[in-house]
Design a protein around this ligand. Structure first.
Ligand SMILES: Cc1cc2nc3c(=O)[nH]c(=O)nc-3n(C[C@H](O)[C@H](O)[C@H](O)COP(=O)(O)O)c2cc1C
Length: 173
């Protein structure tokens, strides 16, 4: 099974999760490519059985240019300023056939936080459904302690386990 894991990441936390998901997929026997979302042509996905896509949650949704600029003001690397997952999904062709199957994840602030956090992965799911894309699993969220991280304890392990499980879900689709 061939898998692609693409990510958008301003401070590096979503990239770390993407690499753990990739390692889980690999552990389950998949041949995996991991890449920043901006480096993969969204029109050219026919080679993959499963595409996993992730981004940070910004303002309850996927990042936009204005929220990326905000992240840079908070110390994120300007080179990561996008375009990102939102724009990548907009450039996907409307789906013909079931392949590849998609799965989406995000990073966001601790679920136990007093504030409503929103979820980029839920927004990405809606955007993919509008493009008639098949989804292998419910959107997943992984938690950081603050705007620049770090990942909360146990999240890397949870991401690897999710990756392994995805390999199974994608095979049965
Ligand atoms: C401009 C901005 C808006 C954010 N909005 C939210 C939000 O609505 N909900 C949330 O849970 N986290 C929010 N965060 C925290 C991010 O989710 C966090 O920075 C991200 O998970 C870190 O991932 P990264 O290292 O891959 O960039 C926001 C961060 C920034 C910079």
């Amino acid at each position: 099974m061939k898998a692609l894991v693409v990510y958008e990441s301003l401070f590096g936390n979503t990239e770390k999760i993407a690499r753990e998901v990739a390692s889980g997929l690999e552990r389950s026997g998949a041949d995996v490519t991991v890449a920043p979302v901006g480096s993969v042509d969204p029109v050219d996905l026919a080679a993959y059985d499963v595409v996993v896509a992730g981004s940070p949650t910004h303002a309850f949704s996927m990042p936009r240019s204005v929220t990326r600029a905000d992240a840079v003001r908070h110390g994120a690397d300007r080179a990561c300023e996008g375009p990102g997952l939102r724009e990548w999904i907009e450039h996907l062709e409307p789906q013909v056939g079931a392949r590849p199957t998609f799965a989406v994840f995000d990073t966001r602030r601790d679920a136990r936080s007093r504030h409503l956090t929103g979820s980029a992965a839920r927004s990405a799911t809606r955007a993919l459904r509008r493009r008639h894309r098949a989804l292998a699993d419910v959107p997943a969220s992984f938690y950081v302690g603050g705007t620049s991280g770090p990942l909360l304890p146990g999240e890397a392990v949870r991401a690897r386990a999710w990756g392994s499980r995805l390999a199974g879900c994608a095979r049965t689709q």
